[in-house]
Every structure is written in C-alpha cells, then in structure tokens.
Design a binder for this molecule. Structure first.
Ligand code: SF4
Length: 546
C-alpha cells in the first residue's frame, strides 16, 4: 500500500511523454490521434462526408478529427444545462456544425470580410460571432457545404485549418500592428512566418492538447500574453535593439496559471525557430496521459523556466539565446482598442463594440461597406470580441463614427458594453450549463440604464460552464455558469462569482467567494450592487482589482 509520502514522491506511471519513450496511447484521444492524424479528415470531408451526408461520418472523425478544421457539432436545441453532464455525446450532438475561421493577427481586408459575410448568409443562417481570440465563428453549418466554404475562404487566403483541435491554433496579434505610433515592433511578418511554417504541418499536428500563441508589439499588451501557451512580447535592449521576451505556460480553464518569463531575448528573425522549439518541446515532453494535465502550463510549472530554457536551447535550437529584459508595464488600464485614435501616418483608426461579439452576415457586409465608403481597405478583429477599421483620414472620422453608431456598432460605448465578454454558452455549446450571450446582452442594457454615469474600467466576463473560454479568472467580475437554487428552492441557471481578477503589473486570479452565487435573472441586481459598493468605497486612483 502506498503511503501519502510515496504517493506524492514520484508518479508511479509516466505522463505519456513521447520524449521519455511513452509512445503508446494512454487514453482514447491519444489513440484516435495515433490511428489517424487529424489533418487527414479533410480529404474524407471532401470525398465522402460532404457527399453522403452527416450519417456517413465516422464517430472518431465527428467528435475528434473534425476539430482540426475548426468544426464542432453544435448542441441540439432544447437540451437544458442540467443534462449536459449526464447525456452521451451523441445525444447532445446536433446535425449542424460550428465552424471557426482563424484570423491570424486579426487581420482582414474587405474582400476577406465580405467572403465571411457571404458564407455566413449562404451557409450559416447569418450567424457570425467574434471570439476573444480574434476568430469568427459561424453556426448551423451543414457538412454538405464545407468544401464550398473552404474553397471560398482559400480563394482569399483564409482557412479553418487547425482552428481547433490539439494543434497550434490562431496566432494572436495586435490589431494595430504597423500603425500604432507607440508600438515597439510590427509583428505582422513574424505572425505570417510562424503561420506559414507550422500551421497544417503534420510534424506539429498531434500535440498533447491545444496550443495558444501570441506575438505582439502592442504597448497596451492587448494580446493577453500572460495567459497564452506561448507569447512573444516586444521589448527593447539598452542598446536600442528591439526583439521579444519569451513567455510560456499560461492558460486558464481549470487550474489557471500565468505564463512564465523564460528569460531570453529573441530577435525578430529568430521568432519562427524559437516558436518551433517551444512547440517541439510541447509535442515531445508534454503530458499526454491525462487530458486535464495536457496543456504546456503543467510542464512549464513542473520544470520551471530555467530547465525549460535549457532544453529549448540545447535540444531544439542548438544555440544559447541571450538574456533579455521584461516587458514594460502596459499602456493604460484598458487593453482593447475601442475609440478613435491617431495612427503614426496621420490617419486614424476607429475601434467599435458590437454587443458581446455578436454580429451577423449582413452586419459584416455593412462594416465592409462603411469602411470602403470612408476610404479604408483594412479591418481588424480584437482579443476582446471587438473590431477596428484602419486608415481613416481626419476629415472622415466624424462621418464613419456616425455611420457605425447608426448600425449599433458603438465607437464610444459604455464601460459595460465595452468590457463585457461572453462565451458561446448553451445556445450552441455542448459543454454549456447556462445561456450566456443573451444574459450578458441584457446585463449590459440594464447596467447602462441603471448606472448611466459609470465610466471606470471594469471587465465582466460571462462563461457558460467551468471552462474559461471568456477568461473568467482574470475579469474584475467573472461569472461561471452553473445551476443554482433560487428563492423558491428550484434549480435554475445562474453563476458562481469570481471577483477581482486582473492581468498586467500585478496579475491575479479572481477570488471565488464561497457561496457567492446569483441566478441569471438576479444578475443585473447583483452586479449593480457590486459596482455601486465599489464606487462608494473606492479611494482615489483605486481600481476594482485593488
Ligand atoms: Fe462552452 Fe464552457 Fe467554453 Fe462557454 S466556457 S464556450 S460554455 S466550453
């Protein structure tokens, strides 16, 4: 019998790390990946599934490999959150898919935006949600339409390849790359290089779990480098040379961890190689035995940054990297790019806030038309479910702001609209327990009505389950969907509340206060009380997280 000491001393079994010889799959997911690489499902979708229909799809493809191309079955309508954990996957599966289109760096031209809008209207019942990782998600997609969707996307240089799955997913980048007067580096070239070298490469398409990346020179740190699996954050050496500080091992979900500085300075021309090294470490040393321990954060946490650096330099790069400085503190207390601000070329960019990221095909067309009428050919998605139109000449700013606002795309929104995010929730997500988008939208309306003068920075992130797709743990008010008991003793949809999470100079995860829960119906009253209390008690210069 094992004593507590021996149990904790050494794990009796391996963690499934390939580099230590554990090549045999230790769970069903690993077995599926070994049986056939996720990337291979593309041809079957084109040749078989799109022709023979939904019922022809092999279950291992349906609930596994389809993700390698951004496809998830959506939740069958009408199944309440209490059944989420009870039903078998096939009972939750609808015959329609969510399709995630990756938008690396959040960069789109108007042709690309219009193609997404057309696909949304033709194949997605007009749905189009902006995610907090700069992607666009469509719903109601049928398998028969997928080849045509890919053809249309690929014609304009977009794809859904590795938008989900155990892969290197979209690479976050600052929407203002190349135009922000205060940016340290324009990371566009590095993002393209990494994308072209690693995305869709079978050598990196079987990772232990998902892999989230960010490469940015944004002075506001808008790509939330602290919570990515790997992040390159622009820094400057005392000599004036610019490059990146390497971070690894951040991630939320259950067991949230902030990324750690690995301590090296990476020149822009080294980013692709270093990225390859980090992703190689993850592929080879990442834990594959248990899904919930398979993110790179567990490895980085166990090794520590020193060992991670040593393995990166000696086994993968075959050369040492110099030490580097830490990034500067972020500019301001908001990381979004909502509002009107000058670019370095004398033009302006205009960031606007659709409510909780919810758009539709017609609205995407309207955005493209408004941008074009005002002389812009470039739009961007942000990491906060918002959008930015670039390159507006000074004389056209007032008119574009007016046109956007007339379309309910607010350029000067309330704090509540600006800083509230919501994940997909029970409307489409099979893991969800509660409704999110509609609840968050109603919350915004109510708070704007009740607290019209509130203007401090305050993030409210609404999640439909204990996962953290909308980053609950780093919000001022994080709301985690669960069933709660109301006044009448009935089980209803509601939220566990996390308070005081933050990123930046003093990052911290929100405190889960025991017993602090609200029903969805009671949410506006609850948040109003919290905000009013904060306003009454706060000292000069104090933020909510303080
Ligand atoms: Fe679905 Fe949960 Fe993620 Fe929301 S947080 S999108 S409910 S998995």
């Amino acid at each position: 019998m094992s004593t507590p000491a021996s149990r904790h001393h050494k794990r009796p079994r391996g963690e499934g790390q390939w580099a230590l010889g554990y090549r045999e799959p230790l769970n069903k997911n690993e077995e599926n990946k070994k049986n056939d690489d996720g990337l291979n499902v593309r041809q079957r979708i084109i040749d078989i599934y799109s022709k023979l229909g939904f019922d022809s799809i092999d279950p291992a493809d349906l609930r596994g490999r389809m993700r390698w191309y951004g496809l998830y079955t959506q939740r069958k309508p009408g199944i309440d959150g209490g059944k989420t954990a009870i039903l078998e996957p096939e009972e939750l599966d609808d015959r329609y898919f969510m399709l995630r289109i990756r938008i690396d760096g959040g960069q789109l031209d108007l042709r690309q935006l219009r193609v997404i809008a057309d696909i949304s209207n033709d194949y997605g019942r007009g749905t189009a949600d902006l995610t907090d990782r700069q992607n666009v998600q469509l719903h109601w997609v049928e398998i028969e339409s997928v080849p045509d969707i890919w053809r249309r996307l690929e014609e304009v240089g977009l794809s859904t390849t590795e938008a989900c799955g155990d892969t290197p997913r979209v690479i976050l980048g600052c929407p203002l790359a190349g135009i922000d007067a205060e940016e340290l580096l324009d990371s566009t070239g590095e993002i393209h290089e990494v994308h072209d070298e690693y995305i869709g490469d079978p050598a990196y398409s079987n990772l232990p779990r998902k892999f989230k990346s960010a490469i940015s020179g944004c002075p506001a740190h808008c790509t939330v480098h602290e919570i990515n699996d790997v992040a390159f954050v622009a820094v400057q050496l005392p000599t004036g040379e610019k490059g990146y500080d390497l971070w690894a091992g951040g991630g939320l979900s259950t067991n949230p961890m902030f990324g750690k500085r690995i301590g090296v300075f990476v020149r822009p021309d080294q980013v692709a190689d270093v990225y390859g090294g980090v992703i190689g470490i993850f592929r080879d040393y990442g834990y594959r035995r248990l899904r919930h321990r398979a993110r790179i954060k567990f490895l980085v946490n166990d090794w520590g940054p020193e060992k991670f650096r040593e393995v990166l330099e000696t086994e993968y790069l075959k050369e040492p990297l110099p030490d580097g400085p830490a990034p500067e503190a972020p500019r301001g207390n908001r990381r979004d790019h909502v509002g009107v601000y000058p670019q370095k070329d004398g033009n302006f960019y205009v960031g606007f806030a659709p409510k909780v990221g919810r758009l539709d095909g017609d609205k995407l067309h309207a955005i493209a038309d408004i941008a074009e009428r005002h002389g812009s050919g470039r739009v961007r998605t942000t990491v906060e479910q918002k959008m930015v139109i670039l390159d507006i000449t000074p004389d056209r700013v007032d008119s574009i702001v007016a046109e956007l606002e007339a379309n309910d795309l607010q350029v000067r929104p309330s704090t509540f609209r600006r800083q509230t995010m919501a994940c997909t929730g029970i409307e489409y997500c099979k893991l969800a327990i509660v409704e999110t988008k509609a609840v968050a939208s109603n919350l915004i309306d109510e708070l704007e009505r009740r607290l019209p003068d509130f203007s401090d920075a305050l993030t409210i992130n609404v999640n439909g389950c204990p996962n953290s797709c909308a980053r609950i743990q780093v919000a001022d008010i994080g709301l985690k969907g669960q069933l709660v008991v109301n006044d009448k003793g009935e089980q209803v949809e509601g939220f566990q509340i996390h308070l005081g999470g933050s990123l930046g100079v003093n990052p911290g995860f929100g405190r889960k206060v025991r017993g602090l829960k609200t029903t969805s119906d009671g949410l506006p009253d609850y948040v109003e009380r919290v905000v009013t209390h904060f306003e009454d008690q706060k000292k000069e210069g104090e933020s909510f997280a303080d």
